[in-house]
Design a protein around this ligand. Sequence first.
Ligand SMILES: NC(=O)c1ccc[n+]([C@@H]2O[C@H](COP(=O)([O-])OP(=O)(O)OC[C@H]3O[C@@H](n4cnc5c(N)ncnc54)[C@H](O)[C@@H]3O)[C@@H](O)[C@H]2O)c1
Ligand SMILES: [Zn+2]
Length: 354
Amino acid sequence: MRVLVTGGAGFIGSHIVAALASAGHEPVVYDALLPAAHPGEPALPDAEFVHGDVRDAGELEKALRGVDAVCHQAAMVGLGKDFADAPGYVSCNDHGTAVLLAAMARAGIDRLVQAGSMVVYGEGRYSCPQHGVVRPGPRDVADLEAGRFEPRCSWCGAELEPGLVGEDSPVDPRNVYATTKLAQEHLAASWARATGGAAISLRYHNVYGPGMPRDTPYAGVASFFRSALQRGEAPRVFEDGGQRRDFVHVSDVASANLRALDAIGDRPGGGHKAYNTGSGQPRTVGEMATALATAFGGPAPVVTGEFRLGDVRHITADSARLRRELGWAPRVGFAAGMTEFARSPQRASAGMAV
Ligand SMILES: NC(=O)c1ccc[n+]([C@@H]2O[C@H](COP(=O)([O-])OP(=O)(O)OC[C@H]3O[C@@H](n4cnc5c(N)ncnc54)[C@H](O)[C@@H]3O)[C@@H](O)[C@H]2O)c1
Ligand SMILES: [Zn+2]
């Protein structure tokens, strides 16, 4: 199948392009090469390449000729510097998605797989021994300063137990980026209803692996630690290192995209569906720092007790739906993936001396 991969020159997109090619498909990279993602000369994937912006309907119309499905990875990522960046995020991610979907509708292309994100859930899922599943409010500064990092029940003040977030959990996008990722899903759902097309959003967890940008401000904690080790410094772990995440290897994210592209081809009805995409093996940030430092042969991590207001304490996906319905299984385990990541090259990214 001929697949247009928007953002195909980026970290995740370039792995998808390679996976498509090795499975015998025909990927076409469509990427605007945003300076924030490509401050230097980009290393382009070995595939047909169109230098274009997803907001450019004319360029898209040409690129979509002969295409069977679209794999939409292009987005402005990260949290931005401040709220003044909001129009840029909305333009790139939401206006861009709308222009892409309209062009697909005109071209009669009815299959879409797109990059979603766990950020749509906000704070994770928690339960109180007494009150069951609850949504914690913001953590108290006095608690954080005293080293009490676990969120508390807003009814009784008890420490909450973290749980796995399923796709039907309520959404709670807490920043502009998260809002644009959620809007992309709503746009895909509207497109599917209006055109009869089929769309899948893969809500990625913390993706890591070869080619990860060096200082990505978003979900980039593995990247920060790796860069510190490279400089000969110990990774600095915030809070008490007990924050839980799900680190999923980029090759597994690529294979999830391939599974989703195959699955929507077989689907008789249209519609939109979201799937969490994580390894299914939650780890703490402290465990990840130790695994990386050990594999790198660098100094052991330092747990600093520092904190950032607004950081999510625990967020871990339940990716069972993707395994059950699409038959996907991650291949790269935590230890092997981190050992490889400790040694593999990172990509330059904006704001870093290369
Ligand atoms: N990295 C993660 O952990 C993570 C987690 C959740 C979701 N995601 C999502 O995965 C996707 C890929 O992210 P990534 O980490 O590979 O980022 P990246 O910055 O490496 O790649 C994004 C690519 O999209 C291109 N792009 C951006 N805006 C464009 C536009 N308007 N037109 C055409 N091309 C454009 C950029 O030039 C870049 O090559 C994004 O949609 C992101 O929201 C990433
Ligand atoms: Zn309670």
